[in-house]
Design a protein around this ligand. Structure first.
Ligand SMILES: Nc1ncnc2c1ncn2[C@@H]1O[C@H](COP(=O)(O)OP(=O)(O)OP(=O)(O)O)[C@@H](O)[C@H]1O
Ligand code: SF4
Ligand SMILES: [Mg+2]
Length: 344
C-alpha cells in the first residue's frame, strides 16, 4: 500500500497530450494539445459537449485509448507524468506492462457503465479482493475481509451477503458502489471517473457522488472527474477545465468559472442550464446555437468561431488562440478574453 500523498503535491502532470485517430484521409487529432496539472486531494472536472475529447483524454492517460471499443488506429503524443508514490512515471513513454502494473494500484478508473469493468461470472466480493491479493500481497482470506470492509465503507447494506452476489444480482447504484470500492481498494494516487453516475437516478447519484468526494478527500486521491452535467461539477469540483473540439478552452477554479467565465463557450454552457433563479423568474435556458463541428471539419483559427457571437473573422479565423492567463490560475483560449466590456 502506498502512503497518502501530501496535500497539494502534483500527482498528475499532462503536457501537450494529443490523441490521433487514424482515418483513411490521415490522422485526425481528436485531442489536440491538452495541458494541466492535478494535485493530491483535488478534483478537476473536465466538461464540454459530446465529442469534445473528454473520454479520449482520460483513456489516453490510462493508456487505454485504442483498446476495446476505441480499438485500432490510435496514437498518442505528449507527456503524462504520474507521481506513483515511489517515483514519477511518464505513462505514455513507459513500457505498457509497467502502466498495466500501475492500474488499480497508483491509478484507477470508474466508468459510466460498471458492467464494462465488472466480470459477470465472478462474485463481486471476489472481484474487489482480487486487486488486493495482486497489488497488496494480501492472502485471499485477508483480502476478502478487507473487501467486506470496503463494501461497508461505500454504503452497501448487508455487505456480507452481497459480497457473494454476482454483478447482475445488484442494482445499478450498488454496482457503481462496487466499482468505487474496487477503484479505491488500493488507495490510488489518481482516480479517473468518466460520467460515473450518469446512469443512476438522482437520489442515488447524489449519494454516490457524496461518497466519492468523502473517500477521495480522506485518501488524498487526485480525482479527474468527467461530466457534461454542470450541477455535478458545482457539487464535486475544485477546478474545471472546459473542452471544445479536442482542446481546453478555459481552466479555472470552480467559483471563478461559474461567476466570471471569460470564454464565450463557457458562458454559453452556463446559460444553457436551467437555473433555480431562472425557474423562479420564468427565464428559459438558452442553448448554444449550432453544433460542435465534426472531427476533421474544425475551422482554421478558433474552433468555436462558427457559433461565437463575439467572433471577429480577422482575429479569430486565422491562428489558433493560445491558452493564456487571464488572471492567476485562470486560463482562457480566446483572443478577446481581455475585453471585459464586451458581453459574453
Ligand atoms: N475509436 C474511435 N474511432 C473513431 N472516432 C472516435 C473513436 N473514439 C472517439 N472518437 C471520436 O473522437 C471524438 C472525441 O470522442 P470522446 O469519446 O473523447 O468524446 P467525449 O467528449 O467523451 O464525448 P461524450 O460526452 O459523448 O462522452 C469524437 O468525435 C468521437 O466520435
Ligand atoms: S477567439 Fe474569437 S471566435 Fe473564438 S471564442 Fe474568442 S471571440 Fe469567439
Ligand atoms: Mg465520453
Amino acid at each position: 500500500m502506498t502512503d497518502s500523498p501530501e496535500a497539494g503535491q502534483i500527482v498528475l502532470k499532462v503536457r501537450g497530450l494529443r490523441v490521433l485517430l487514424h482515418a483513411e484521409a490521415g490522422p485526425l487529432p481528436a485531442v489536440d494539445g491538452v495541458d494541466f496539472d492535478l494535485r493530491a486531494g483535488r478534483t478537476l472536472a473536465l466538461v464540454g459537449e459530446s465529442g469534445a475529447g473528454k473520454s479520449l483524454t482520460s483513456l489516453a492517460i490510462m493508456r487505454l485509448a485504442g483498446v476495446g471499443a476505441h480499438g485500432g488506429g490510435v496514437s498518442l503524443e505528449g507527456q503524462v507524468h504520474l507521481d506513483t508514490g515511489q517515483d514519477v512515471v511518464e505513462l505514455l513513454g513507459a513500457p505498457l506492462a509497467q502502466v498495466q502494473a500501475l492500474r488499480g494500484r497508483a491509478l484507477a478508473m470508474v466508468f459510466q457503465e460498471p458492467m464494462t469493468s465488472l466480470n459477470p461470472v465472478f462474485r463481486v466480493g471476489w472481484q474487489i479482493a482480487e486487486g488486493l491479493v495482486r497489488h497488496e500481497g494480501l492472502t485471499q482470506r485477508q483480502a476478502e475481509a478487507r473487501a467486506l470492509e470496503l463494501m461497508q465503507l461505500v454504503g452497501i447494506a448487508d455487505a456480507a451477503a452481497r459480497q457473494r452476489a454476482y454483478p447482475h444480482e445488484l442494482s445499478g447504484g450498488m454496482r457503481q458502489r462496487v466499482m468505487i470500492a474496487m477503484a479505491l481498494a488500493c488507495r490510488p494516487r489518481l482516480l479517473i471517473a468518466d460520467e460515473p453516475t450518469t446512469a443512476l437516478d438522482v437520489t442515488v447519484q447524489a449519494q454516490v457522488l457524496a461518497l466519492m468526494r468523502r473517500l477521495q478527500r480522506e485518501m488524498g486521491t487526485a480525482l479527474l472527474f468527467i461530466t457534461h452535467d454542470l450541477g455535478v461539477v458545482a457539487q464535486m469540483a475544485d477546478e474545471v477545465a472546459v473542452m471544445y473540439a479536442g482542446r481546453i478552452v478555459e481552466h479555472a477554479d470552480v467559483h471563478t468559472l461559474f461567476a466570471a467565465p471569460r470564454h464565450p463557450y463557457t458562458a454559453g454552457l452556463l446559460r444553457s442550464i436551467p437555473s433555480v433563479a431562472g425557474r423562479a423568474t420564468g427565464a428559459l435556458p438558452e442553448p448554444i446555437p449550432g453544433a460542435m463541428p465534426r472531427l476533421g471539419r474544425w475551422p482554421a483559427g478558433c474552433a468555436f468561431q462558427p457559433r461565437c457571437a463575439r467572433a471577429d473573422a480577422a482575429r479569430c479565423g486565422v491562428r489558433l488562440p493560445a491558452l493564456e492567463l487571464a488572471s492567476p490560475g485562470h486560463q482562457v483560449r480566446c483572443v478577446r478574453h481581455g475585453e471585459p466590456e464586451a458581453p459574453l
